[in-house]
Every structure is written in structure tokens, then in C-alpha cells.
Design a protein around this ligand. Structure first.
Ligand SMILES: C[S@@+](CC[C@H](N)C(=O)[O-])C[C@H]1O[C@@H](n2cnc3c(N)ncnc32)[C@H](O)[C@@H]1O
Length: 287
């Protein structure tokens, strides 16, 4: 069977089974098995797959039939300039989060004096390490503390940091951020940061039922569910974070479109935090 025939066979199978992005899924898998960064680079497509390649393509496509996200099937995914290992059930970084990092990058770039200074960053809920590792990669003066409640996320961030040679400026801690435990930090926890950044679980309980099969079946629920109003960890980060910021420091959060107004109200009700909502950005989906 040729590469092209294999791709069209699986595209049709995926389509018939209602698998999202059928063509792209078949192309990603075939490109991956043939060790091409992009399917468009494969030539000639009329070339036959070897028996071994065919077996691998079929095995991975069966996983896609079971609605496993393509990032887990490939075991890797790009985030900004970095290639990261992906492993279930650790949250797969989304393009919206690349935009969050881009906004933060622009903000930090503008502050030119930073070149000389140390830049202390805390990430709450590091998942695969995407945000922390991008910032460490792009700001040589940055030091990051990355915390996550799950062992799998802490291990994957560690693994990705080692692969990228970014371990020496990263402190990864298995730690749960809760309003209740905001006083008891681990011994190796730095306590003042220029920036706190997070893509917290922010999905409302009422919206959890609308998630795609890929997400519900494979990604950690504690990476998604933010409580009744999606604000659970957001409130905890603000409550805990305000004490951890250096003067002039800032908190950067990816949230649901309903959240900025709720955050404003929360800050109005907690003037003692001495935080104000400085800006809100829409993502490429206008959300
Ligand atoms: C939406 S994921 C974001 C992962 C990664 N930062 C990214 O953008 O790809 C949220 C992460 O927060 C972690 N998390 C959830 N509740 C937490 C808590 N209370 N304290 C620390 N981490 C938490 C989850 O385990 C998950 O890895």
C-alpha cells in the first residue's frame, strides 16, 4: 500500500467513525512513522510503506479510532520554539497558551532593564512544563519555580526540562495551591517573584459535559475542572499570590471569557490584596 493510499484509507475510516480532523490525523501519524516533521515534506507519496511502517501506522491509527489525542499518539508536540514530550494524562498545551506566553514575553521584553536583572517566575500548574520552559528558553536571566498537584505533571516537566537542558534554572515542586495552605510552603520554595503565571483549570462544572471525547477520556480532570464557576484555583492563586509578588510584580492568567469581570469583582471585594486588573486580552478565537 502506498503512503497516499494509507492516508486516504485512514481518513475515510476516521470520517466514518466521526473522529475529528480525520485527514490531519492520518497525515500526522503517517508523517510521524516515516520520521518527517511535516507530512507536506514527504515525497513521493506514491511510494509504498514497508511492512514495518504499515504495522506502525495501523497501530497508531487504531489509537486515534479510540479517540486518543494526536499529541499523545505522537508522544510529542511543539509549543512555541520547543518540542515537548507529551504523555497522558498530563494536559496537552493549547495554542491559546502560546498566546498567553507571547503577551507575557512582550511585556517582559519592553522592560529592558530586565536584561541585567534576575527574573523570578512562579508557574502554578505546570503540566508538561510548556509555559515555564518557554520562558526559561527565551529569558536567560529567568529562574522558574513550577508547581503542580500531580506526580505525572511534575515528572513530565522534569523530563522535558532535562531534554531541553533547562534544569539548572528550574525548581519543580509537587505542591497543591490552596487558600488554606498558603502559609506552609516547602523548604526549597523561593518566596518572592516578579511574575506569577498560570493556565489554571478554569472550566465551569456546568460546561464539563460539553468537552470532547479526546479531552474527557485522556486528560487529567484536575487540569480542567475549575469548580462551579471555574474560579476555584484562580481565587486561590490571587489569594496566595499577592503575598508572593515583589513590588511591581504581576499575575498572568489564562481564563474563561466570563472570568475577567468576576476577577474584577473579587479584587474589589479584597482591596487588602492591593492588586488591580491591569489588562485583558482576547485570544485568536475571540475568547
Ligand atoms: C490547564 S493545565 C495547564 C498545564 C500547563 N501549564 C499548560 O498550559 O499546558 C492545569 C494544571 O494545573 C494543575 N493543578 C490543578 N489544580 C492545582 C492546584 N490546586 N495546585 C497546583 N496545581 C494544580 C493540574 O494538575 C494541571 O497540570
Amino acid at each position: 500500500i502506498s503512503i497516499l493510499e494509507a492516508v486516504s484509507y485512514w481518513t475515510r475510516k476516521f470520517e466514518a467513525a466521526g473522529v475529528p480532523e480525520p485527514g490531519a490525523s492520518a497525515e500526522y501519524i503517517t508523517g510521524h512513522v516515516l520520521r518527517f516533521k511535516s507530512f507536506s515534506l514527504i515525497s513521493p507519496l506514491a511510494q509504498n510503506l514497508t511492512a514495518e511502517e504499515r504495522t506502525k501506522v495501523w497501530k497508531l491509527c487504531e489509537k486515534r479510532m479510540n479517540r486518543m489525542p494526536i499529541q499523545y499518539i505522537l508522544g510529542e508536540w511543539d509549543f512555541r520554539d520547543l518540542n515537548l514530550v507529551m504523555r497522558p494524562p498530563v494536559f496537552i498545551p493549547r495554542p491559546e497558551t502560546e498566546e498567553l506566553v507571547e503577551h507575557l514575553w512582550l511585556y517582559l521584553q519592553e522592560d529592558l532593564s530586565r536584561e541585567e536583572e534576575e527574573l523570578g517566575i512562579l508557574e502554578v500548574g505546570c503540566g508538561s512544563g510548556a509555559i515555564s520552559l518557554s520562558l526559561l528558553h527565551e529569558f536567560p536571566q529567568a529562574h522558574c519555580t513550577a508547581v503542580d498537584v500531580t506526580k505525572e505533571a511534575v515528572e513530565l516537566t522534569q523530563h522535558n526540562a532535562e531534554r531541553l537542558g533547562l534544569c539548572d534554572r528550574l525548581n519543580i515542586i509537587k505542591f497543591i495551591v490552596l487558600s488554606l495552605n498558603d502559609i506552609v510552603f516547602p523548604a526549597d520554595f523561593e518566596t518572592k517573584f516578579d511574575v506569577i503565571v498560570s493556565n489554571p483549570p478554569y472550566i465551569w462544572t456546568q460546561d464539563m459535559g460539553t468537552l470532547e471525547q479526546e479531552i474527557v477520556g485522556y486528560e487529567n480532570h484536575c487540569a480542567l475542572h475549575g469548580g462551579t464557576d471555574g474560579m476555584g484555583l484562580i481565587r486561590d492563586i490571587i489569594h496566595t499570590g499577592h503575598k508572593l509578588l515583589k513590588p511591581g510584580g504581576s499575575i498572568w492568567l489564562e481564563v474563561d471569557p466570563r472570568h475577567p469581570d468576576m476577577i474584577q469583582t473579587y479584587l474589589n471585594n479584597h482591596l487588602q490584596y492591593q492588586l488591580h486588573l491591569a489588562g485583558v486580552y482576547q485570544d485568536f478565537n475571540e475568547r
